[in-house]
Write a protein that binds this ligand. Structure first.
Ligand SMILES: [Zn+2]
Length: 153
């Protein structure tokens, strides 16, 4: 059996380089594969992801978050998780309504404290370890911080 019986030649959309993709055992899957037009070679894919990571990292640094430590792969993943988690916090914050101005201010303070905690986290590993954090988890933590700050006066 020759290898090229099971591969299909495509062209990278970015650099136009030709490369082989593996064909599947299933005829249907192969039809889908042959119809697909957006192919990117490994080099361009890598460049795309590192550019995306760089952009996320810059966005996060603009809002007070540190650059992350870790391997390139971990940082790339962690930046995506960090973006999602920050979105969850912002979603929660926007979804809240308050009975009084005092309650609103207290909530704002709690969210600030919460973000400050996150802004201390500078390892990719921390974000990856916390990737399953839900809006509910975040809500509980913010509430705790709010109650603690009320006790402080
Ligand atoms: Zn390419």
């Amino acid at each position: 059996m020759k290898d090229d019986e099971f591969t299909y030649v495509v062209r990278c959309r970015t650099c136009r380089a030709q490369f082989n993709v593996q064909l599947f055992n299933s005829h249907e899957k192969n039809l889908f594969l042959v119809d697909k037009r957006d192919w990117y070679c490994d080099k361009c894919k890598k460049a795309y992801f590192s550019k995306q990571t760089e952009q996320l990292s810059r966005t996060h640094q603009d809002i007070g978050f540190p650059a992350l430590d870790g391997t390139e792969k971990m940082i790339s993943w962690a930046e995506k998780i960090r973006a999602e988690l920050i979105n969850k916090v912002n979603y929660l914050r926007e979804s809240l309504s308050f009975d009084s101005e005092k309650a609103r201010q207290q909530s704002d303070r709690a969210f600030e404290m919460f973000f400050k905690e996150w802004q201390k986290q500078s390892t990719a590993k921390w974000w990856i370890d916390n990737r399953r954090m839900t809006v509910m988890d975040i809500s509980k933590q913010v509430k705790k911080l709010g109650e603690a700050s009320e006790e402080d006066g």
